[in-house]
Design a protein around this ligand. Structure first.
Ligand code: ZN
Length: 318
């Protein structure tokens, strides 16, 4: 009997490396996450290599046949060449990531960009299934977005499209890590919200899950959260006016706030747009799994199994 085929999907981040094995039929096999070594660079490469090798061995132990892997990373990526050109958060520069992983695993490895990878998962499996025009905004430690227009997710002339977090929402506002002032990320990222809450006298160590839970019951949380959703709506209004998406999906850790995030953002967005109806704004159904599912989809596409992905279940969770 032929062993069932599976692919490996890996989402490499600055704090966590998330991975999983998915059957080519969309069956969920196993998922696992490991902390990223703080120093990044070669230590992170070793950690990723170890995770892929473990998944490969695990799949074989289960009587499965691993046939390929997809790996997505933040930064500037040469997808065709399988190289990471520059990933500041990971300490990687001009790294032949596909070559490194292929030589130690024997799997064919495809490399992609993290937010575009998550967006691919949403379009093929998740909340934007079949939509040629939509944007996915990921709200995490930072803020980024993937713009899909006429079925193509924009990469940009220099590979740097989608840096929504560094669009200016308040000229002359608070300083951003990028060197500018008043960037969206300063006000509406998880990192920005937690920092602003603390510096305004909020309890130390409070994360955004707690802050969002205090909206409407605590004045400071309500104000900081209100600033965040107002800033997000300003950036989204510009995005909507420029690219006219059919849907805005919100992903990343902050999207777990659900309606506490969506309702005020949509309300403000409608106010910013006035003469046109805003597109629906929804929370990504794949959430934090979108990255590794997208990485698995990249592997499937590279292996010529695109048609099978259309049958993957919408509630796929790795
Ligand atoms: Zn900035």
């Amino acid at each position: 009997m032929r062993r069932p085929e599976v692919v490996v999907g890996i989402d490499v981040g600055g704090t966590t490396v998330k991975g999983g094995i998915v059957g080519v039929d969309g069956s969920q096999v196993v998922s696992r996450s490991i902390p990223s070594p703080g120093e990044g660079g070669p230590a992170l490469l070793d950690a990723v290599r170890g995770l892929v090798t473990d998944f490969e061995a695990d799949a074989r132990d289960r009587g499965l046949a691993p046939i390929g892997a997809g790996v997505i990373v933040p930064g500037i990526v040469d997808e065709l060449g399988g190289r990471v050109l520059y990933a500041a958060n990971l300490g990687w520069e001009d790294l032949d990531l596909a070559g490194e992983l292929e030589s130690s695993t024997g799997l064919s490895v495809t490399i992609g960009h993290d937010v575009r990878g998550a967006s691919l998962a949403e379009r093929r499996v998740g909340g934007a299934r079949g939509l040629p025009d939509f944007v996915l905004v990921t709200l995490g430690t930072g803020i980024s977005c993937a713009i899909t227009a006429s079925g193509v997710t924009r990469i940009g002339a220099s590979g740097a499209a989608g840096e929504l977090g560094h669009t200016t929402v308040y000229p002359g506002g608070e300083p951003c890590s990028c060197g500018k002032h008043g960037c969206l990320e300063v006000y509406a990222s998880a990192g920005g919200i937690a920092r602003r809450y603390r510096s305004a006298g909020g309890e130390l160590g409070t994360d955004t899950a707690v802050i969002s839970g205090r909206v409407r019951t605590e004045e400071l949380a309500t104000r900081i959260w209100g600033d965040a959703t107002a800033a997000l709506a300003l950036s989204l209004a510009t995005l909507v006016l420029l690219v006219d998406p059919a849907l805005v999906l919100l992903g990343g850790g902050l999207s777990r706030a659900g309606e506490t995030l969506v309702a005020p953002t949509l309300d403000r967005l409608a106010g910013e747009l006035r003469w046109r109806t805003p597109p629906p704004v929804r929370v990504s159904p794949l959430g934090a799994d979108a990255g590794r599912i997208g990485a698995a989809v990249l592997a499937m596409d590279a292996l010529g199994r695109t048609d099978l992905v259309e049958r993957w279940p919408a509630d796929l969770a790795l």
